[in-house]
Design a protein around this ligand. Structure first.
Ligand SMILES: *[C@@H]1O[C@H](CO)[C@@H](O)[C@H](O)[C@H]1NC(C)=O
Ligand SMILES: *[C@@H]1O[C@H](CO)[C@@H](O)[C@H](O)[C@H]1NC(C)=O
Ligand SMILES: *[C@@H]1O[C@H](CO)[C@@H](O)[C@H](O)[C@H]1NC(C)=O
Ligand SMILES: *[C@@H]1O[C@H](CO)[C@@H](O)[C@H](O)[C@H]1NC(C)=O
Length: 391
C-alpha cells in the first residue's frame, strides 16, 4: 500500500466565526482512476482588512495503489515502475533459461491495492541428451537448465576434456563431452631366462590398457610369480615373474605298488614318474606324478586292497551272476566293486537284495543279513531269502 500525492479538486463548506473557519471538503483526484476522499481542513485566519487564512488539511483515506510486483523465482516483471494505479497492468515474462508454459503474462493492480494473481508458468529449458561416453559414465539426474553432468572414465582410461558440463540458459551444454582415452604402457619387462608371448602382436612399442601376454620360462626352469602380464591402469606392467631351477627328490614307492620306468634319481621341474599297483590292488588317484614348482611331487596314487565276502552260508549276486558262496572262487572283490546279499522281510515273507561295496579291503555285510544255520542251509536251502519270492 502506498500513499501518493496528487493534484485534486475540492469543494468545501466552511463555517467561520469571524476569521476562524472549519471546513469540510470532498475532493476528486484529477486523472484516472477516479478516487474520492473526504478531507478535513483546519484554517487559521488573521483579520486585518479582510480575512487572511492559512489552511492545513488532512485527507483520509487516500487512494490505494499497488507497489512493485514481487517476482518469484523464474517469473520476471518487465518495465518496472515503483507504483501502479488501480487498473494498471504489469507484464510478466519468464527468466533467462525458462520458457512460458501457460498462464497469463498480465497482472492487474486492483482497487484494494493488491495485484491480481500471477498465473504465468515458466519451465526450465532443456539441453539435448548427452551422447554415451565410451569407456566412461555420464552421470546426471536431468538435462534441464542449470543441471550438471558428471563425467567419469572407467579404470584404465584417462579423461581428455572437462569432467562436468552444465546446461546453460540457451539450451546448450557448457562444455562438450570429454573423451576417455586408454592408459598406455611400453612393452612388457622380460625377466632373465624368460620370454613373453603377447596375445597379439604389439604395434610399435606402445600398448594400451589391458594389452597382455603370457610369460614362459626357458625349460626346465619353473616360473614363480605372475604367469600372465598386462598393461595395468597405473600405466605400468604387472610384476614380472622369476625363473628358477627346481629339483624334486628321488621318488619314493607306495604300499602295495611300484614305480614303472623310473630311475631312482632326483628329477627336474615337470618331470614325471608313473606308479602301478600289485595284483588285485586298484590304483586310486593319478597314475603319474609330476615334479612341482615347490620341489615336491604331486599327490601320489594309493593302491586299494581287495575284499573277501565274509559270509559262510548264503548266495550272493556278483558281476551278473547269482552264486552260492562256496562256488565264489576266489573269494575276492576288487576295490570299489559291489556285491549283493539277500535279506528277509519277515512280515511279508519275501527276500530282497542289498548291495554293499568293497572299500580298500573292507566289505561291510549289511545288518539285515542273517547267516543261516548249517542245517537250514543244507536241508532247507529253498527257504533262504535268496531263494524265496522277491519282495
Ligand atoms: C556431480 O558431482 C558433484 C561434486 O562431486 C556432486 O555434488 C553432484 O551431486 C554430482 N552430480 C551428479 C548428477 O551425480
Ligand atoms: C585430447 O584430445 C585432443 C583432441 O582430440 C587432442 O588434440 C589432444 O592431444 C588430447 N590430449 C591428450 C592429453 O591426449
Ligand atoms: C572434476 O575435476 C576436478 C579437478 O580436476 C576435481 O576437483 C573434481 O572433484 C572433479 N569432479 C568430479 C565430479 O569428478
Ligand atoms: C601398477 O598396478 C599393478 C597392478 O595393479 C601393480 O602390480 C603394480 O605394482 C603397479 N605399479 C606401480 C608403479 O604402481
Amino acid at each position: 500500500m502506498y500513499v501518493r500525492i496528487r493534484l485534486h479538486v475540492c469543494v468545501c463548506v466552511c463555517v467561520c466565526v469571524y476569521c476562524v473557519c472549519v471546513c469540510v471538503c470532498a475532493c476528486v483526484y484529477v486523472g484516472l482512476p477516479v478516487c474520492v476522499c473526504v478531507c478535513m481542513h483546519v484554517c487559521v485566519c488573521v483579520y486585518t482588512s479582510a480575512c487572511l487564512c492559512v489552511c492545513v488539511y488532512v485527507c483520509a483515506p487516500t487512494c490505494l495503489v499497488c507497489g512493485r510486483p514481487v517476482a518469484l523465482g523464474e517469473v520476471e516483471v518487465e518495465a518496472l515502475q515503483r507504483v501502479y494505479e488501480p487498473g494498471e497492468e504489469a507484464v510478466l515474462s519468464c527468466a533467462e533459461g525458462y520458457s512460458r508454459a501457460g498462464g497469463s503474462r498480465i497482472i492487474v493492480c486492483t482497487t484494494t491495492g493488491e495485484w491480481s494473481k500471477m498465473s504465468l508458468k515458466c519451465t526450465p529449458k532443456s539441453c539435448p541428451p548427452p551422447d554415451d561416453l565410451a569407456h566412461g559414465t555420464a552421470e546426471f539426474t536431468n538435462i534441464l537448465y542449470k543441471s550438471t553432468i558428471n563425467y567419469t572414465c572407467d579404470e584404465g582410461y584417462i579423461m581428455n576434456g572437462t569432467n562436468t558440463s552444465t546446461c546453460m540458459h540457451d539450451g546448450k551444454w557448457s562444455s562438450p563431452s570429454p573423451v576417455c582415452e586408454p592408459v598406455t604402457c611400453g612393452l612388457a619387462p622380460i625377466p632373465s631366462y624368460a620370454k613373453v608371448i603377447y596375445d597379439k602382436k604389439p604395434v610399435g612399442d606402445i600398448v594400451t590398457y589391458g594389452f597382455g601376454g603370457q610369460y614362459e620360462c626357458n625349460p626346465p626352469l619353473a616360473l614363480f610369480g605372475n604367469e600372465r602380464a598386462y598393461c595395468a591402469a597405473n600405466g605400468s606392467w604387472t610384476e614380472p615373474p622369476t625363473c628358477r631351477a627346481v629339483v624334486c627328490p628321488a621318488p619314493t614307492g607306495i604300499p602295495h605298488g611300484f614305480i614303472t620306468f623310473a630311475v631312482m634319481r632326483e628329477h627336474g621341474y615337470k618331470e614325471r614318474v608313473k606308479y602301478g599297483c600289485d595284483q588285485h590292488y586298484v590304483l586310486d588317484g593319478a597314475a603319474e606324478v609330476e615334479c612341482e614348482k615347490t620341489g615336491q611331487w604331486s599327490q601320489k596314487p594309493v593302491c586299494r586292497a581287495p575284499c573277501s565276502v565274509s559270509i559262510k552260508r548264503g548266495r550272493i549276486f556278483y558281476n551278473g551272476n547269482k552264486i552260492w558262496i562256496e562256488d565264489f572262487k576266489p573269494n575276492r572283490l576288487l576295490h570299489s566293486e559291489y556285491v549283493v546279499v539277500y535279506c528277509m522281510n519277515k512280515e511279508k515273507k519275501c527276500g530282497y537284495p542289498v548291495a554293499t561295496q568293497c572299500i580298500d579291503g573292507t566289505l561291510k555285510i549289511p545288518e539285515c543279513y542273517e547267516e543261516p544255520s548249517g542245517t537250514t542251509y543244507n536241508l532247507h536251502s529253498k527257504s533262504l531269502p535268496s531263494e524265496i519270492k522277491m519282495c
